[in-house]
Structures are given as structure tokens and as C-alpha cells.
Design a protein around this ligand. Structure first.
Ligand SMILES: [Zn+2]
Ligand SMILES: [Zn+2]
Length: 146
């Protein structure tokens, strides 16, 4: 007879009490330990700066948005960049970013939707796809009106 699985009732990280739903179907960290939603969101998810939806880091850290402000600091062009290799940037304790030029390549201009947010960072794959399509349309449009 195998032993019954131990049911975790508290988060392995913050040791907070899990609620009923979390006990029944807990989120797991990479070691398979049950953790609460809050810890999971903090560690494995981020908010896409364009659509404001939660995206999971393990699936999504493939494209990033470089805002004009960020671009000026980094002496690079603003737009959507595709990650070629990690790490993409180093961050100092003071919050200064330093992009590694060879670790990402520019694939699209900034999407119209994103104007006005101006908060850079990783974007979700849905928004990346839209930005690249929009960029291609604009490219065609410019050819056509020329
Ligand atoms: Zn927790
Ligand atoms: Zn998005």
C-alpha cells in the first residue's frame, strides 16, 4: 500500500494558510511544493504593459517593449525586441538597466496601442504578435503611399 499523499495546508514559501481552493488544486513551485497564489504570481507572472493581463514568465519572456525613454538611456531604438539569448539586461541595485545589445533584436516599431503607457518590459506573446503584424501593415502602407 502506498502512503496517502500529504495535503499541504500552508504555502511552502510564505507559510501563509492556503484557502480551500488552493488546498484542493494548489499552484506548485519548481520543486513541486504547494505555494499560495500570491507567491506564485509574484515569482512566475508579470503584467504585460500593453494589455495589462497577467502572463506567465515561463511561456512568455520572449519579447520586450523598449519605450522611447528607455531607448534614449540605452542609446538604442524604441520598439519591440525579440529575445535572442538570456540574460537580456543587467539591473543594478539602484534600478538602472543595462541592455546587452546582442541578446535581443528589434522586430517591430512600438504598437499604436502601447502609446500612452510608456512602461517598458516583457510583453505577452499576443501583444508581440499584434505588434509585429501592425508593423508589417505599416510597412506595406508606406510603400503604397510613397
Ligand atoms: Zn505564499
Ligand atoms: Zn499583452
Amino acid at each position: 500500500m502506498s502512503e496517502p499523499a500529504v495535503v499541504a495546508t500552508e504555502c511552502a514559501w510564505c507559510l501563509g494558510q492556503l484557502d480551500e481552493e488552493e488546498i484542493e488544486d494548489p499552484r506548485k513551485d519548481l520543486d513541486g511544493e504547494a505555494i499560495c497564489d500570491e507567491c506564485y504570481y509574484e515569482e512566475y507572472m508579470y503584467i504585460c504593459p500593453i494589455c495589462q493581463n497577467f502572463a506567465e514568465t515561463k511561456d512568455n519572456e520572449k519579447h520586450l517593449m523598449v519605450t522611447p525613454e528607455l531607448a534614449e538611456n540605452q542609446r538604442m531604438e524604441d520598439g519591440i525586441y525579440q529575445v535572442v539569448e538570456f540574460p537580456v539586461y543587467s539591473a543594478s541595485m539602484l534600478g538602472h538597466f543595462n541592455f546587452f545589445p546582442s541578446s535581443s533584436k528589434r522586430v517591430a516599431r512600438l504598437p499604436v496601442d502601447a502609446r500612452g503607457y510608456w512602461q517598458g518590459g516583457f510583453i505577452c506573446e499576443g501583444c508581440a504578435k499584434k505588434a509585429i503584424e501592425e508593423d508589417q501593415w505599416l510597412e506595406l502602407w508606406h510603400l503604397w503611399v510613397r
